[in-house]
Design a protein. Sequence first.
Length: 446
Amino acid sequence: MSPHDAGRRRVHRSVATGLPLALAAALVAAGTATAAPYRDVRVIRTATLGEIPLGTFSNALLPGSVDDDHGVKLGGIGSDIYPAGRKGEYWTVTDRGPNGQIKVDGKKRRTFPVPGFDPAIVKIRVCGDAVQVIDAIPLTTSSGKAVTGLPDQQSRDEAPYTYDAKTPLSFDPNGLDTEGIVRAADGTFWLVDEYGPSLIHVSAHGKVLTRYVPKGLGPTGADYPVVEALPSIFLHRKVNRGFEGLAQLPDGDLVMALQSPLSLPDADAGDASLTTRLLRFSPRENAVTAEYAYRFDPVNVVDPSEDDTSELKISSVVAVGGDRLLVEERTDKAARLQLVQPGRRSSILGGPWDDDTTSPSLEQLDDPATAGVPVLAKRLVVDLHKVDGVQQKIEGIARVDHDTLALINDNDFGMTDGAGAFDAQGRLVDSGIKTTVVYVRLPEGL
């Protein structure tokens, strides 16, 4: 569909800000890069989300959920983007909400200035140079309670604190750090989560139907069904680096991407590794059917300004026909899109690399291919860092048509780290970074 034609369906209600709100208010070896025609890639459209107070937004969905938004505006919806069927309309999803880090006595504390925030599925329309919110669906438990973005397991996640890092907050067994999103043919949604890591099936109205987690996780207290169906090796995910990318293949199967390499056998090995993993999940079988090894390019290839390998992440995975996937390798400043085609014979599921006693681990191998690992072959499609007009921290990518992509950034709700994130009155000192959708045209198409 053409990105120039914005949907014109009338919106019946709007929030106080005036923004509409219908809710109530030929592949090459892995690790190598081919010459890509990114010099001819161009931005053809840019649109920005206006300011909607986070309290207004959240309380319209779940009255009373937010008592003080500390001046934070709606943001974070760029955790992923998925076509909604009409021209210019997309489903997006927020992450766990505004959060930051403040050092206290030399140690970083994770802050949640709006602890009542409920992650939400947000439907947007790109109209001219504006991003409009036209609908939103709150995530809820089986009994209709809010699913907060607070960490859910004290033994595995960072401890949450108030906005000033002075007062501890409670862990929430229902908490989710939602990221990727796709919509199934029956109108339900699939999301992925960084905490578990987990795959989440959500009803059309936002109720969590099932949360699939790694075997052996042993979560307790959740007010929704939890099924241990993912390989136990994923228990070794880095803190806050679980699943972030999610794609839906034509047959309905899902592919989820681990954001960063597993910490195997320890954190140092994970931080130094270039090998992460993808999982293929069958909703028909309610089971993982394949696992793939994915090899990042060196960090200074992805981002010439960066020398820390641990900054590499996969933030988006997009189905582009058949079993082909676009995979986004990024740092916070740069991103490159790679084309892969995972096949059944590339699967490492159930083999030695799923055994955490294997030594060296998959993550420790300097060249997994020489050790007999069927690493996914990939081809560079575009280096977005070299395309004028593309914003930083791209986390969501959607295929608009055969030669056009829609990109959306995560603006972190305008938050920054450090004690200066809020003023003396406890109001946010906004970073000024806006949620932006950018359309990029590829000369060769996909």
